[in-house]
Design a protein around this ligand. Structure first.
Ligand code: UD1
Ligand code: MG
Length: 456
């Protein structure tokens, strides 16, 4: 049965992107941590597209590896013979309802923009719509030619005369069309132009000739921002970073120097938190309220509780940090670290796959890997878990609640320290220690009085 209301999105992504001068297919270049084509497909998904089809060609295998896991279906365009040929490659004849066509290299489009376009397309009861924008510098983009305000055609810059080139309203490269109309018109496109390509833009003038309702829907210039060069890619990232900063500041985050703060799209920060210059927040990172992030903090997909103070130069990945924690400067949390509430972790401390209990302290220069550290534990300066054995396996260190570890202690895992035990400074602990015991595992000091080196 035909579903006349359904939306499908076709994303054009077969082009080479010669001007990127990069071995990576153009649409896979990331804008703020996400491939451009992924951003476009995310918008399509949020619009409720029942089908998302991506036309692939250059770097096909790589592009498929990104788009297929997102649930999009890739269609090969063997030879890049123009944008109309590309849409045909996606088999629009098999689609019903409404089809939206987007380019894979337009990373700044947002759901709200395209939702407005769809609403207008439906309200106008149009058959085809081209999405346009007014630009100060229309450059090499296709010009929207109107007569008495009525849409007539799209003329490519390479085919345009001087008067047409003065037009500032341009073709964004996004379109909406009824699936059956699109299919009919695509068959009528001929490669009659300077480049000898099948131009999708021709469906506008052909559609008007055939008596269809063809309209131009104007949006923000950002919708027409296509990336063709590395400089434009960097500009797109700069714009998305700014968007993300504004979103955070609107939620009450304090930024000392916003332009120097970088946060990816999914990052959340609670109100009242203060972010110093040079902070970089990535992935699925969530920071609580009233936190302080000092300069040079880099966090990847980690959760930080309220009122935690992260001092300069910290680097966290896939970790969870509790509330009222003091950490850094220069602390490193490697994946699967779990730091409890009110913990103090000082400079040059590294944790990996370690649970560090509430109110415990590791003030300086330690490595704790594959460890479970209880609550109210003191880890002295220079403590190391020797978790990696000559059999190339990792072993666990377990330290009970209230243990006091002196300075310069090595725990040779696997080893378990009972609650309330004390480990003397300089110990190399190779055996389990019972609760409340004192463990001393070091050579005894010998003082040789009046001793001088030989020959002196
Ligand atoms: C196209 C439009 C132009 C518009 C501009 C907006 C045409 C003829 N011109 O020009 O009016 O202002 O986009 O950015 O459509 N692609 C394929 N297969 C092909 C050719 C292109 O998949 O055979 C893809 C490209 O990868 C790209 C998109 O289609 O994602 C647009 O193609 P591109 O060559 O960049 O067209 P423009 O010259 O920029
Ligand atoms: Mg282009």
């Amino acid at each position: 049965m035909k579903d006349t209301n359904s939306l499908s999105v076709i994303v054009l992504a077969a082009g080479k992107g010669t001007r990127m001068k990069s071995p990576l297919p153009k649409v896979l270049h990331p804008v703020v941590g996400q491939p451009m084509v992924k951003r476009v497909l995310d918008v399509a998904k949020a619009l409720g597209a029942v089908q998302r089809r991506v036309v692939v060609g250059h770097g096909e295998a790589l592009v498929r590896r990104v788009v297929e896991p997102m649930g999009a279906v890739a269609y090969s365009q063997k030879e890049q013979r123009g944008t109309a040929d590309a849409v045909k490659a996606a088999d629009p004849a098999s689609l019903d309802g409404t089809v939206m066509i987007l380019s894979g290299d337009v990373p700044l489009i947002e759901v709200a923009d395209m939702q407005t376009v769809l609403t207008e397309f439906n309200a106008l009861k149009a058959d085809i719509a081209v999405v346009t924008a007014d630009l100060k510098n229309p450059g090499s983009l296709g010009r929207i030619v109107r007569q008495k305000g009525e849409l007539r055609a799209i003329v490519e810059a390479s085919d345009a005369g001087p008067d047409t080139l003065k037009i500032r309203e341009i073709n964004s490269g996004a379109y909406v069309a009824k699936a059956d109309v699109l299919t009919k018109l695509l068959d009528k496109v001929k490669p009659n132009n300077a480049k000898g390509e099948y131009y999708l833009t021709d469906i506008i003038s052909i559609g008007i000739e055939e008596g269809y309702k063809v309209v131009a829907i104007k949006t923000r210039p950002a919708v027409a921002f296509g990336v063709n060069t590395q400089a434009e890619l960097a500009r797109a990232s700069r714009i998305v970073f700014k968007r993300n900063r504004n979103r955070l500041m609107e939620n009450g985050v304090v930024m000392i120097d916003p332009a120097s703060v970088y946060a990816e799209d999914d990052v959340q920060i609670g109100s009242g938190s203060v972010v110093y210059p040079g902070v970089y927040l990535r992935g699925d990172t969530r920071i609580g309220n009233f936190c302080v992030l000092e300069p040079g903090v880099h966090i990847y997909s980690s959760i930080v509780g309220d009122s935690t103070h992260i001092k300069a130069g910290c680097y966290f990945e896939n970790s969870v940090i509790g509330t009222k924690v003091q950490i850094g400067p220069y602390a490193r949390l490697r994946p699967e670290s779990d730091v409890g509430n009110e913990v103090h972790i000082g400079n040059f401390v590294e944790l990996k796959k370690t649970k560090f209990g509430a109110r415990s302290k590791a003030g300086h220069l330690s490595y704790l890997g594959d460890a479970i550290v209880g609550e109210d534990v003191n880890i002295g300066c220079g403590t190391i878990t020797c978790n990696y054995a000559p059999d190339r396996k990792k072993y666990q260190t377990t330290i009970g609640n209230g243990v006091f570890v002196g300075s310069d202690v090595q725990f040779v895992a696997p080893v378990t320290i009972g609650a309330g035990a004390t480990i003397a400074s300089g110990s190399t602990v190779t055996e389990d220690v019972p609760a409340d015991a004192l463990a001393v595992a070091r050579g005894r000091q010998v003082n040789k009085e009046g001793w001088k080196p030989k020959g002196s």
